[in-house]
Design a protein around this ligand. Structure first.
Ligand SMILES: Nc1ncnc2c1ncn2[C@@H]1O[C@H](COP(=O)(O)OP(=O)(O)OP(=O)(O)O)[C@@H](O)[C@H]1O
Length: 306
């Protein structure tokens, strides 16, 4: 077994392919993830996210390419010992209590149940540990799944749509927990369709389209690569709207504001021009392209190419 350290990737995927009955579910995908990274894997329904997860976990055999999990082959003892997985829908025996479920999984993973049980507290289930899981809400089951995945401090954790079915506060709690474990060096790879909530909570974005990896970078660089415009909205008094618009070279006028788009490269220059208007300007909003916009850009580009 190869020991991982801060110089070796937690997960390395090279030219991986998987075909189901002639359909290329994963088509030449390559990337590597480092310790402590929080990475979002995005893609339309059927893009190949779950297939890729299953290959990394050793549940599915790839047709080509290489995968190294913590320096070992997927599905090997070393890889499994350091990897955790939360599937999209978790199912636990309804007659067991939350505490019994976690104790069962701790034993299965060769960990001490006493060390694992505080995880129930961390996922907000402290008051429900003695209740049968059959009486849990969907969100509670999902949080129990997350506690199960965190047993034994995995070095790599794969989360398939971890916030599906959770209310806004629980979603926030999940991302706080993800931030905490990543801060301790765990690599988190999560798939999600909830782009807005990912925007500020992941370090890097991977986009799959029809099995191909069409983007892999931090959001700010993907924004720059996409070349999408930045929208500036300048607030002023109603009587000054026309004058402000003229000074700024035009723009869409609303009752109290002027809106226009600029390139990332022009942003500072345009903000200086706005600032030079002094008291005419009451406020400025800067809207960078959202992850939704960036995602749409890369997906559309991939569709046009194919
Ligand atoms: N066992 C299988 N047999 C045949 N085809 C499969 C199998 N598993 C997945 N596929 C196909 O491979 C493609 C990728 O599926 P996958 O489940 O990986 O997508 P996904 O990105 O996870 O989608 P979703 O967002 O809907 O969960 C789909 O076209 C799917 O129908």
């Amino acid at each position: 077994m190869t020991e991982t350290n801060f110089h070796s990737p937690t997960l390395s995927v090279r030219s991986v392919c998987k075909t189901f009955a002639g359909l290329k579910a994963v088509d030449g995908v390559s990337f590597s993830l480092n310790p402590g990274e929080r990475v979002a894997l995005l893609g339309h329904n059927g893009a190949g996210k779950t297939t890729l997860f299953k290959i990394v976990l050793g549940f599915l055999k790839r047709d080509g390419g290489d995968v190294s999990v913590l320096g070992s082959a997927p599905g090997s003892h070393a890889a499994r010992a350091g990897t955790a997985y939360l599937p999209e829908s978790v199912a636990f025996p309804g007659s067991l209590t939350g505490r019994e479920v976690l104790t069962f999984y701790a034993r299965l993973k060769g960990e001490s149940p006493a060390a694992a049980l505080p995880l129930l507290d961390r996922v907000g289930l402290a008051d429900a540990v003695k209740r049968r899981v059959g009486t849990y809400s969907k969100g509670m089951r999902q949080r129990l799944g997350l506690a199960q995945a965190l047993i034994g401090r995995p070095k790599l954790i794969l989360l398939d749509e971890p916030t599906t079915g959770l209310d806004p506060i629980s979603r926030q709690n999940v991302y706080e927990l993800i931030g905490e474990i990543a801060g301790q060096g765990t690599t988190v790879l999560l798939s999600s369709h909830a782009l807005t909530e990912l925007e500020a909570r992941t370090d890097r974005i991977l986009i799959l389209s029809r099995g191909k990896l069409v983007a892999d970078d931090i959001l700010s660089r993907l924004r720059a690569q996409a070349g999408l415009p930045i929208r500036l909205k300048v607030w002023t008094r109603p009587e000054d709207v026309a004058h402000v618009s003229e000074c700024l070279g035009g723009g869409r006028m609303n009752g109290r504001s002027v809106e226009f788009d600029c390139n990332a490269d022009d942003k500072i220059q345009r903000l200086s021009a706005i600032s030079a208007l002094g008291g005419l300007v009451e406020d400025v909003d800067v809207h960078a392209p959202s992850l939704d916009d960036v995602y749409r850009h890369f997906s559309n580009a991939a569709n046009r190419e194919s």
